[in-house]
Design a protein around this ligand. Structure first.
Ligand SMILES: Cc1ncc(C[n+]2csc(CCOP(=O)(O)OP(=O)(O)O)c2C)c(N)n1
Ligand code: SF4
Ligand SMILES: [Mg+2]
Length: 294
């Protein structure tokens, strides 16, 4: 699937800023996989934009050589839509966390999915609020004791795979830095997908996470979807497998629409081209307002 050019190497996408994540944080692996995937894709850094919210995972735009916007908590998706609309030729990648993406930012998910812009949404799912020192997150398992749930969480966890699949996302995948080769391949395919793509990345928080979610624990429950002979065009099977989120760690592409059709970005371009001949020339715009200014 790769159309790699020899033009770029992973370090071309690395910024001069040194990550300040805790040693061993899963986000280091995610960042490396991203650099590798971007080198494979071969688009130059000035044609890329990273957008994020707030969280450890949301630091990614600072660590990439590209356009970047470290925005406010939970608002990466609408801001990324603005970026993509202003410049549809940019490859836009959103870096988010389980808190940023599914808690404060959760309300944006159904709407970005139904719009289907050509944007890639990456969630570093570590089942916890890392940056703010270990509070319960929407993907934390019921019963988890944290600084904010002293007696154990009493809520059911959000299932990011089921959530996005049932809202109609056309590309849904899951990866982990515990399988770097697999994660790089998934990221490459997600970025190349011509529409909204979502990748849930189980990226361990080594400081506040549970032992079972560290790479060693992940390996005990990791199942490769390709080895299961899962057909990524089978949405119903994808939904069935997604129910095992939290118990098993399935890696690979759950669902990829074989006929994705035009994205919101394509439709906007089409409309703009159609309206262009009727558009008022820039130097005539003031004339339109003058009668009202009198
Ligand atoms: C409006 C607002 N509310 C709360 C916060 C505090 N806050 C910053 S990051 C964060 C959660 C981060 O968790 P997650 O998105 O899972 O990222 P992680 O650090 O785990 O990668 C919270 C609650 C904030 N910055 N802004
Ligand atoms: S607190 Fe957790 S998520 Fe944040 S940098 Fe440290 S290990 Fe990573
Ligand atoms: Mg988190």
């Amino acid at each position: 699937m790769s159309t790699a050019t020899a033009q770029f190497v992973p370090k071309d996408f690395k910024s001069d800023l040194k990550p300040i994540w805790c040693p061993g944080c899963g986000d280091f692996g995610v960042l490396t996989a991203l650099y590798r995937a971007l080198a494979e894709i071969g688009k130059p850094p000035h044609e890329l934009a990273f957008v994020s919210g707030i969280g450890c995972s949301s630091r990614i735009p600072g660590y990439a050589t590209s356009y970047g916007f470290n925005a406010v908590h939970g608002r990466a998706l609408p801001i990324s839509l603005g970026v993509k609309t202003a410049n549809p030729d940019l490859t836009v990648i959103v870096a988010s966390g389980d808190g940023d993406g599914f808690s404060i930012g959760g309300g944006h998910i159904p709407h970005i999915i139904r719009k289907n812009p050509d944007i890639t949404f990456l969630v570093m799912d570590n089942f916890i609020y890392g940056l703010t020192k270990g509070q319960v997150s929407p993907t934390s398992r019921k019963g988890l004791k944290t600084v904010s749930t002293t007696y154990g969480s009493m809520e059911e966890a959000v299932n990011p795979l089921l959530y996005t699949l049932s809202y109609g996302a056309k590309f849904v995948a899951q990866g982990t830095p515990g399988d770097m080769k697999g994660l790089t391949k998934i990221l490459e395919e997600a970025i190349r997908f011509p529409g909204f793509s979502f990748v849930n990345i189980q990226s361990p928080c080594v400081t506040y996470g549970e032992e079972r979610d560290m790479i060693k624990g992940q390996k005990e429950v990791m199942v490769n979807l390709e080895e299961l002979n899962h057909d990524p065009s089978d949405k119903f099977k994808a939904i069935e497998i997604a129910h095992q989120y939290g118990d098993k760690l399935h890696t690979g592409i759950f669902y990829k629409d074989p006929n994705p059709g035009p994205s919101y970005t394509d439709l906007l371009k089409e409309l703009q081209n159609e309206l262009k001949p009727k558009a008022v020339a820039k130097d005539k715009i003031l004339e339109m307002f003058r009668p009202r200014l009198k």
